[in-house]
Design a protein around this ligand. Structure first.
Ligand code: GLP
Length: 241
């Protein structure tokens, strides 16, 4: 693991965007894995700037998002479809056919998971997967106790994750109970991983993730076993101890 501590959220976002830009420059047809949440928003804004300055071209890029709520339509303001098109895809020259997010707005969500996993395989696998981390150490929506060898699947969200994500909804009750998430194995299959650590109260979980025992109770700790992970930690929000 290559671990970098930076002083501000902007510095983290800038470095992360450069790393994604470098991937695209080296391989224009890259398959990128993206995440939602507050953490990568700054990185997306920097990527849009790099695109507007003519420095990167997304026309050949394929993307797969980590997760999506079950039961929200793509135009729901809190769906991850909406988030990604609003913050990133809608501002780039990316082709709609090359943008993939799990489809949680269907009758057969199990089938949706299989279709998603097959689409990742057909695209040749993920070259670079961007990750944030949840306050309980989740990645994607792989909650503590998740199967470390799991592929894309339906997840029952924990009360703590629903509470953490309630900030985006009118109330905790409005947060969906389920989501579709890439599994830990899907994530571990990515050739490179960029883990961003930002957000108050996350210092301990980040330290346990990076330096503690590998345990399914802290799903992100499995990343210690991945051969090519870069971690960028924003000290301003996680707080130093
Ligand atoms: C959600 C997402 C995760 C994300 C996490 C942290 O639960 N499913 O992919 O990493 O929140 O979000 P934030 O970056 O807003 O702290």
């Amino acid at each position: 693991m290559q671990i970098e501590y930076v002083k501000t959220y902007d510095e983290m976002s800038q470095k992360a965007a450069r790393s994604v830009a470098q991937q695209i420059l080296l391989k224009p047809e890259s398959v990128l894995g993206f995440a939602t949440g507050f953490t990568p928003e700054g990185m997306y804004a920097r990527l849009v700037e790099l695109y507007q300055e003519g420095l990167i071209d997304f026309s050949k890029v394929t993307t797969f998002n980590l997760d999506e709520y079950v039961g929200l339509s793509p135009d729901h303001l809190q769906s991850y479809h909406f988030f990604m098109w609003d913050r990133l895809f809608g501002k780039l020259n990316i082709s709609k056919e090359k943008v993939y997010l799990p489809d949680g707005n269907v009758e057969d969500v199990q089938k949706s998971c299989l279709i998603y996993e097959e689409a990742i395989q057909s695209a040749g696998g993920i070259d670079l997967q961007v990750l944030g981390i949840g306050p309980n150490g989740h990645i994607g929506f792989n909650e503590p106790g998740s199967d470390l060898s799991g592929m894309t699947h339906v997840v029952e969200l924990t009360p703590s994750t629903r509470k953490a994500n309630a900030r985006f909804f009118d109330s905790v009750g409005a947060v969906p109970q389920k989501a579709i998430s890439m599994g830990i194995k899907t994530i571990m299959n990515a050739r490179r991983i960029l883990l961003l650590g930002s957000g108050s109260g996350k210092w301990d979980i980040i330290q346990k993730t990076l330096h503690g025992p590998i345990t399914s109770m802290i799903p992100a700790s499995i990343l210690q076993l991945h051969p090519d992970v870069t971690v960028i930690i924003d000290q301003s929000t996680t707080g130093l101890k």
